[in-house]
Design a protein around this ligand. Structure first.
Ligand SMILES: [Zn+2]
Length: 302
């Protein structure tokens, strides 16, 4: 518990049988000195992973930003009665898979695209040359992959795995039909989505529509405000706000002057309604999103 790497890791309980493990958005705290993807890509924005515990079976949804984090997650769940662990990865990005070695004795499930991304990049990720340091060594690859959907029985509770192309082409979301809870990975974020592939915007919108069709009562994003995650205060409006933001980015090629608008202006309606909450470091994410969209130029179909 006194490990300095995890001293800000908060255990939240947004719903019965659902745990969130939240770190980041802590003024003055750094994971490591110098540029590194843990601080610069995850903790600065805030990052959560989740677990569903039913009986003695825990489904661990992402393994967080380090082995130390994952070890604390496993110990916390074991103290709550977990004897069996199944890992599901939301997508291949490093802040979601770094702690998997702590679950190397367990089934690790990912969709076929996540499995392929990780296998292709394994050597670079283990060398710390994919997104830089820290290296993730060893990188544990999925032991089971699927495509489309997969339904799991976790201690008698139905958990549906759903694939989507939003934020990355390899998203896996968890749907808890008994509670109307959608664990969304990085497909939606508060304050705004992080765009990796603007050429896929049309697909992102289609898949957001598919998620909205589930009529989720609660949405749990991996990057969002800790108080709203703790109190399960995200709902379908987060999907709608994400789609609105993507449509704004798609219009940029016809209205390049809008590229200079501050994020708070772009999402003013969603801030006013409470769908989104402004967290200042997302201004940088927005600037990067805009730059990526403009770099796509006239060759894109967005
Ligand atoms: Zn992430």
């Amino acid at each position: 518990m006194s490990d300095p790497l995890t001293r800000h890791l908060r255990v939240l309980r947004p719903a019965p049988g659902v745990f969130a493990f939240y770190d980041g958005r802590v003024e003055g705290h750094r994971f490591a000195p110098g540029p590194n993807w843990v601080d610069d890509g995850a903790l600065s924005l805030g990052v959560a992973s989740y677990a569903i515990l039913s009986g003695d079976h825990a489904l661990v949804y992402d393994t967080h930003v380090s082995r130390a984090h994952a070890a604390l997650i496993r110990a916390t769940l074991a103290a709550e009665g977990a004897r069996r662990f199944t890992v599901v990865l939301s997508h291949w990005h490093l802040d979601h898979v770094a702690g998997t070695a702590e679950f190397a004795d367990c089934e690790v499930i990912a969709n076929v695209r996540t499995a392929a991304h990780l296998a292709t990049r394994k050597a670079a990720i283990e060398a710390g040359t994919d997104h830089g340091l820290p290296a993730i060594d060893p990188l544990i690859l999925p032991t089971r992959s699927f495509d489309g959907t997969l339904t799991l029985d976790i201690g008698g509770r139905e958990v549906r795995l759903i694939t989507a192309n939003i934020h990355s082409d390899d998203a896996t979301l968890l749907w808890l039909p008994d509670a109307g809870i959608l664990l969304a990975g990085d497909t939606v974020e508060d304050t705004v989505t992080y765009v990796g592939a603007p050429q896929d915007f049309a697909t992102h919108l289609t898949d957001l529509g598919r998620l909205a069709g589930l009529n989720p009562r609660v949405i749990l994003p991996n990057h969002g405000a800790p108080d709203r995650i703790a109190e399960a205060r995200y709902g379908p409006e987060l999907i709608a706000a994400t789609a609105d933001y993507i449509r704004f980015l798609m219009r940029l090629k016809d209205d390049p002057a809008a590229a200079d608008l501050p994020l708070a202006t772009v999402i003013a309606d969603a801030l006013a309604s409470g769908a989104l909450t402004m967290f200042a470091p997302y201004e940088g994410v927005h600037r990067q999103n805009v730059a990526r969209v403009l770099a796509l130029g006239t060759g894109g179909d967005g």
